[in-house]
Design a protein around this ligand. Structure first.
Ligand SMILES: *Cc1c(COP(=O)(O)O)cnc(C)c1O
Length: 438
């Protein structure tokens, strides 16, 4: 379809891409089409072929204030003129210091130490390594496993993958090298349903049976994202905090997708008014501009690790605290600090509640749900990726579903017309049989 409108140069680019460039979770022998993007501004992604798409994905949760934002652009330009990068071993700089100050300020009070790294998965590796070193420093190396829940997603590197859902994460392929961790059932109590604490009996059994070997419990607060777009009850999260304390297990909150406003609170943990021992931030940290992540921990954890055998924390990425990334993160956090995001996210939430939830009545739809700036339509049949993707582009939107999940998390700045386009496009494809497999 797209090829019809492409000129020679664009066709050559796409041909090369198809032959030589890996895309995420994509076959190289039979890749689905990729669309050539020319630019992006506000909520719009402009394709090389001229189509202007309303973005419903925020480039995988990360774009908060829209693409090509003048303040974020300026922060990058200003920082480029000072320095793009210097090593962080033995050197430090204002963009990193200011960023860590801001993060300590806005996260729950017990989190006082910040480790900056390059991506979400790495921040999870760092969190896991911190928890193992914490117990090793106290001569309790037998506490070296992770407890988590099914349906989670924490990244694609090996330790992170080892706490992803074993089925979705295809653990069987990597079985011989993956850390053997412990999986409790996924949280059952839905965010909007009355709290029922009966599932805690089973969860506590896991803590009780295994606490001698568990270093930490890791979970995505309130929203299980890539592992199923499930919203669970704040009381469940509160109970996790209590169980971690009771059974001497560190609590790692993976706020990489939920952190910085997406669920309607600044952090998912705020719904339960808890503080984790370790928190991971990523995706949203630079407002979608570039890759940067942070792992925060308590004074107690940092001191225990530092007084242990190694005398230090054993990690140090080359591009740790990259000044450009820190500068743009600071600008994005300044925009969040105005508080405008709260009205923006609650506007998206009420719009989607009014217009997306009713799609529940459609015969193809199993369930619809909305929380903060996240809307989900779960279908009975899995989508046909090639067809549905093409139809969304024809309908003027960028939405990328997977399996039976058509979901959106638009940039915070989306207005009524933008959101209307997204919902209309979803409701249109639901009527089109060719967009779904049997
Ligand atoms: C995306 C994601 C990660 C991994 O982040 P990357 O930057 O892709 O490595 C980890 N945890 C959660 C909850 C995520 O959504």
């Amino acid at each position: 379809m797209q090829a019809l409108h492409m000129n020679k140069k664009q066709t050559d680019l796409i041909d090369f891409d198809k032959k030589h460039v890996w895309h995420p979770y994509t076959s190289m022998s039979d890749p689905l089409p990729s669309y050539l993007v020319e630019s992006a501004k506000g909520v719009h992604i402009k394709l090389a072929t001229g189509e202007k798409l309303v973005d419903g994905m925020s480039s995988w949760w990360s774009v908060l204030h829209g693409y090509n934002h003048p303040m974020l652009n300026q922060a990058l330009i200003d920082q480029t003129q000072k320095m793009a990068h210097v090593m962080f071993g033995g050197l430090t700089h204002e963009p990193a210091i200011n960023l860590c100050k801001k993060l300590i300020d806005i996260t729950p009070e017990p989190l006082q130490k910040v480790f900056l790294s390059d991506s979400g998965s790495v921040s999870v590796e760092v969190a896991i390594k911190m928890s193992l070193q914490y117990w090793h420093s106290q001569n309790k190396s037998e506490k070296h496993k992770l407890l988590t829940v099914k349906n989670g997603y924490h990244g694609d590197t090996f330790a992170a993958m080892s706490v992803c859902d074993p089925v979705n994460g295809m653990h069987q392929i990597f079985e011989s090298v993956l850390m053997k961790n412990i999986f409790a059932p996924a949280p059952e109590s839905h965010f909007y349903q009355p709290w029922d604490d009966s599932e805690l009996v089973e969860l506590e059994r896991f803590f009780k049976t295994h606490n001698n070997e568990i270093a930490a419990f890791i979970i995505e607060p309130i929203v299980q994202g890539t592992g199923g777009m499930r919203f669970y009850h704040p009381e469940y999260l509160k109970a996790c905090r209590i169980l971690c304390t009771k059974y001497e297990v560190l609590f790692i909150a993976d706020e990489i997708a939920t952190g910085l406003g997406r669920t309607g609170k600044l952090f998912g943990c705020n719904w339960a008014e808890i503080s984790p021992d370790i928190m991971c931030l990523g995706k949203t940290l630079t407002g979608g501009y570039m890759t940067l992540a942070a792992t925060l921990c308590t004074d107690h954890i940092a001191e225990t690790i530092s007084n242990g055998e190694a005398g230090c924390f054993m990690h140090g990425p080359t591009f740790m605290a990259n000044p450009l990334a820190c500068a743009v993160a600071n600008a994005s956090l300044d925009l969040l600090d105005t508080g405008e995001w709260q009205q923006q996210v609650s506007f998206i939430e009420s719009f989607l509640k009014q217009h997306l939830l009713p799609l529940n009545n459609h015969e193809q739809v199993n369930n619809t749900r909305v929380l903060g700036g996240i809307g989900v339509v779960e279908t009975y049949s899995p989508v046909n990726m090639a067809t549905i993707q093409k139809r969304f582009v024809e309908l003027g939107v960028w939405i990328r579903p997977f399996g039976k999940l058509i979901y959106i998390m638009p940039p915070f700045i989306s207005n009524e017309d933008d959101l209307g386009m997204l919902v209309k496009a979803i409701s249109t494809v639901l009527d089109e049989e060719q967009c779904f497999d049997e």
